[in-house]
Ligand binder design. Sequence first.
Ligand SMILES: *Cc1c(COP(=O)(O)O)cnc(C)c1O
Length: 399
Amino acid sequence: MKLNEIIEMDKKYYMNTFGSRTPACFVQGKGINLWDTDGKKYYDFLGGIAVNALGHCHPALVSAISRQASELMHCSNLYYIEPQAKLAKLLVENSCADRVFFANSGAEANEGAIKLARAYFKKKGMPGKYEIITLKNSFHGRTMTTTAATGQDKYHKPYEPLTPGFIHVPLNDRDALQKAIKFSTCAIMMEPIQGESGVNPATKDYMQFVRDLCDKHGLLLILDEVQTGLGRTGKLFGYEHFEVEPDIFTLAKALGGGFPIGALCAKEHVASAFEPGDHGSTFGGNPLACTAGLTTLSIILEEKLAENAENVGNYFFEKLSGLSRKYSQIAEIRGTGLMIGVEFTGGIAKEVKDKLFESGYLVGSVGTKVLRLLPPLILTKPDVDGFIEALDKILCGMQ
Ligand SMILES: *Cc1c(COP(=O)(O)O)cnc(C)c1O
């Protein structure tokens, strides 16, 4: 189909939740490249919003999914599932968690985390502990409860009354956090680096303070690693940067390398609060999704993609810093590894994004100020050079 026909059909039949999308429809991908309906080639520096960690259509992932699809896609959790057990084992062996539960998305994994935290205190005989402190400008998903957990008014307004039991405090503000703890508090939930609101990292001091506070008050620390997990920040999990361990953390985005799967991961003493019948999922943990997850995580580990994200991410930072010395339009560069935000002065982020798109580079933007870069973890230094050259040209033309 031609792009204009697809757009026309979308406008007529699809719910208008995404407004006017970037005018392209991709039909093929390979590595960091995508091709649209006109055969134009793009360089993907958004990676399906931190999903395509291995790039597009990694041959080993394609063949694993194809093989599994031809053998068995779904059978229900009433039976034992080999790839599910194997992926849970691999996650446990490589993280601070002892047990795993699989969901189908980040929001769903976070729902599980919230339910687990509440169940934990109910089963300890403390039913009055149910409130979760989350951060302002956080993002935890689009279900009713994860919308309530998300600390952004714009996501709340159309859906009030929200699920009760969430309060929001500013990131990196110790006093506000300490004051927010009440008898009813059961957990603190946060992203190691806030992604959706423009790449805002927690400081190491703050994260360690949060962990200490949780220990002191007997609260659970839930880290939403849906975006920061699986090598994105240059370590396999974001929490490794802070030398703290969460009691519960969640994964999704990159876990299936493009196939939908989410994971709820927890320490044994917390995980055991879930007893038979307390939680479940029809699709979660199915053979196909878990094969995608098992293959993706194995490749991330074997090909040391977290290390690559660190090396190429540092190089990217240096190059962007070079541009920021040259152009006053760049106000700040934030993030770690291949999770990078570039803040501009004068509200030009969207214009820069559109110009990059015209040059064949795909990036995200947050509001009018921040450009969001989440390229595949297989990114190379020459890929970065190409991007920097394109951005340099664009900023030069905008002076
Ligand atoms: C993307 C994201 C989610 C939501 O994941 P979905 O798969 O869209 O439900 C939750 N938390 C964080 C930190 C995210 O980046």
